[in-house]
Each structure stands twice: as structure tokens, then as C-alpha cells.
Design a protein around this ligand. Structure first.
Ligand SMILES: [Zn+2]
Length: 410
């Protein structure tokens, strides 16, 4: 194959995945005005429903704009040999191959982050603000960016540095060592996420004394979960939207409830949501997801090891001196069809897990407070009650409210 052909395959993959995404978004938008299913017609009154329609449409238009600008920027970067330019720039600044790769990725990440910042600013301070969701201050927005860069910089430097070092030391066998270090990292992050990463962005506090706490204690004792593992997070610092999640495993397991969730829901609805989260733990969902992620990473790295030494991967991007980091860019694009399929499978699995957690909540607590809790959450976040099935299949990690309602009322 000549480099030119590979270059056009890369362009074709980028273009086709953009088109597929646009078609899915379009199909989904065609269903915005569908009549609300009878089971869910008590969620919005006419005025709120109108507001939710407007919100969905505005989000859709904004999504089309963002992804169009982004694909144009990406295609321009490819056609104008942007990677060759940044590679040469990195080589003029440092000489060690690992340092070149780090500077290269550093520049790419910075530039893409700077280009996307106006869009995320508009999303938060114009759209979310207009519909009353936004609680983020400008200061928090900027601090989040800086902390994100710092965290990405530290983790990226360690992982990319180590992987290239393994590649230099062991050749194509590098993938085994890389797999080992990425696995260790993934396990540690899963384990200590709540202890190390969350505190950088939010405050976590134990549940306050009171009726809710004693209700939760009663439930937790019944299913063998300890109250010390239940935390409240200040989600209201950024948005009025509510949430809850389970994280960690072993002695680090915990359920985190947003303060906004506690504000919006009744006590028995909160216990039902908590029961759902405990269900994720009881059914080992965290461990299974972790295992699947580790296997996928191993497969990806193995595949990478088959191609990374091929100079064609660098030549396709018009870079004369082959290198790991340029090969990684080409590989990354060529891998998108496969990662597309794995993300479909992961979403499918995740939706299965949601049903299992709902069933667990229903069997150990009750179904009806979970239904009413989920309805309130949908109402308060103006969520889409009539998504297109293909869109759900491709993008939803949770089943739509109607399906959860039907499953819970069985
Ligand atoms: Zn869940």
C-alpha cells in the first residue's frame, strides 16, 4: 500500500463516522415532537413540556454546530500536514524520543482544548444558564480546566512515557508491559477514584443526622451495606441536575449521592435510588466493567504492536521520520471502527446492568418510589422522553425512562 492510499482511508474513516453520527442525531431529533407515552404523561405539564422541547432542540442544533466545526478543523489539520508540522516543532524543542512524543501530544491536546473551550463555555454559560441548570461560576470553570490539564498532564506523561520506553527497550513485546502498567493504573484509579480524584473537584461529606439517614441506615443494614460508605457530594456547585453513583470495590467501595438529589427527592425515593446503586455493587458491575476494560485494552495494545513499527503509518501523515507517536495517531483513527463496535457492546452491557440494579432495588426495597424518583429526575433535567431506538442503541448507557418504568412495574 502506498502512503497516499492510507491517508485517504484515514480521511474516509473520519468522514464516515461523522456522517453516521449526524444521521443518528438527525433521526433522534425527528422524534422530539412525538406524543409522550401514556405511562409518562404525568411528568411534565404543558408549559414544562414546551420548555423541554426547546431545550432538546437547542442542544441538538448546538451539537450539529460543534461537530461540524470540529470535523472541519480535523480534516484541515490532516490535509495541511498538521501532524508533520507539530512533529517538527517538537523535534526543534527537544531531542529525546520520549520527550518529543510528550511535547507532541502536549501541543495537540492544548490546541484542541483551546479550540473547544469557547464551545464548552457557551454550553455552560449560555444554554445551561438559559434553562436554569447552570450553577458553575467563571472561577470554577477556569479552575476545572486547569485541574483537568494538570491531571491529564501527569497521567499522560507517566503512561505515554512508560509505553514508549517499553517500546524502545523491548520492541514489539512492549504491548505486554504497556498492558501491565495500564492495568495497574486502571485498577488504582477505579479503587481510589473517590479518595484521590473527586476531592480535586468536589467536597464529599458523610450523610447528615436525621430522618433520611435513619431510613438509609435501616435499608443498608438489611442488605449488608455500611452507612460509612455513603457520601454526599456538592454537585450543586456546578449544576442543578441530580445524580448518584457507585464507585470502587473492596474496602474502597462507596455510594455517592448528589446534594441536588437529596434536595429534589423524597426520603423513600432517595432510599430507592441508593438501593439501585447498592444493586450495582451486589451484582459486581464495577468488577465486570473493570475486567472488560482490561481485556479491551490488552486487545488494543496487541493490535497496536502489529502495526506500530510500520513506517507507512508515519508516511501516511507525510512525516518522513517514523515514530511511535505519529504511528499512534494513524492507528487511533484506523481503530475507530473497532472502538465504535466495542462502545456499542459496552452500552448494551451497561443498559443490562441498569435493569439488574433496578430489579435489585425493587426486590430489596420497592419499585414505586424508584419510578417516582426517576420521573422527578427526568422532569428536573428536562430529559428526552421519546428518543429514537437507534440512537438509544448507539449512545445510551441507561435504558430510556419508559423502558425502566415498564420493567419496574412488571
Ligand atoms: Zn445505575
Amino acid at each position: 500500500m502506498n502512503p497516499q492510499t492510507l491517508f485517504y482511508i484515514i480521511i474516509a474513516i473520519l468522514a464516515i463516522s461523522f456522517v453516521i453520527d449526524q444521521i443518528l442525531d438527525y433521526l433522534n431529533a425527528q422524534h422530539f415532537n412525538d406524543p409522550i407515552p401514556a405511562e409518562l404523561n404525568n411528568i411534565f405539564d404543558a408549559k414544562e413540556y414546551e420548555k423541554s422541547q426547546a431545550y432538546k432542540k437547542e442542544r441538538y442544533r448546538f451539537g450539529v454546530l460543534t461537530s461540524t466545526v470540529s470535523i472541519i478543523a480535523i480534516l484541515l489539520f490532516f490535509f495541511l500536514d498538521g501532524f508533520a508540522f507539530v512533529d517538527a516543532m517538537a523535534r526543534s524543542l527537544v531531542s529525546n524520543e520520549i520527550a518529543i512524543a510528550l511535547v507532541f501530544f502536549g501541543i495537540i491536546m492544548m490546541v484542541s482544548d483551546i479550540l473547544s473551550t469557547p464551545f464548552s463555555y457557551y454550553s455552560t454559560f449560555v444554554i445551561e444558564e438559559k434553562y436554569g441548570f447552570n450553577k458553575t461560576t467563571r472561577k470554577t470553570f477556569i479552575l476545572d480546566k486547569l485541574k483537568g490539564w494538570l491531571m491529564g498532564g501527569v497521567i499522560g506523561t507517566i503512561l505515554i512515557g512508560a509505553i514508549i520506553w517499553f517500546y524502545q527497550a523491548t520492541g514489539t513485546d512492549f504491548w505486554l508491559y504497556a498492558w501491565a502498567i495500564v492495568t495497574v493504573f486502571t485498577v488504582l484509579i477505579n479503587l481510589f477514584y473517590a479518595r484521590l480524584i473527586v476531592p480535586l473537584f468536589n467536597k464529599q461529606t458523610p450523610l447528615e443526622e436525621g430522618n433520611l439517614r435513619s431510613e438509609i441506615e435501616k435499608y443498608a443494614a438489611k442488605v449488608g451495606f455500611t452507612i460509612e460508605k455513603i457520601f454526599v457530594i456538592d454537585g450543586s456547585k456546578r449544576s442543578t441536575k441530580a445524580n448518584a453513583y457507585f464507585s470502587g470495590f473492596g474496602s474502597e467501595k462507596r455510594v455517592t449521592l448528589y446534594d441536588t438529589l437529596i434536595q429534589d427527592l423524597d426520603d423513600d425515593e432517595i432510599v430507592a435510588v441508593l438501593a439501585h446503586e447498592v444493586g450495582h455493587y451486589k451484582r459486581n458491575h464495577i468488577i465486570i466493567n473493570l475486567f472488560v476494560a482490561i481485556i479491551t485494552t490488552g486487545f488494543t495494545l496487541w493490535l497496536l504492536s502489529l502495526f506500530i513499527g510500520n513506517p507507512l503509518f508515519s508516511e501516511a501523515l507525510n512525516v518522513r521520520q517514523p515514530s511511535f507517536h505519529i504511528g499512534l495517531i494513524t492507528f487511533g483513527v484506523l481503530y475507530t471502527p473497532i472502538s465504535g463496535i466495542t462502545s456499542l457492546l459496552m452500552n448494551y452491557l451497561s443498559r443490562k446492568f441498569e435493569y439488574q440494579a433496578d430489579d435489585y432495588a425493587k426486590n430489596t426495597f420497592a419499585g414505586s418510589p424508584l419510578i417516582s424518583g426517576l420521573k422527578k429526575l427526568s422532569k428536573n433535567s428536562l430529559s428526552n422522553l421519546t428518543p429514537h431506538p437507534l440512537y438509544v442503541f448507539a449512545h445510551y448507557s441507561h435504558p430510556p425512562l419508559l423502558q425502566r418504568f415498564r420493567n419496574l412495574s412488571k
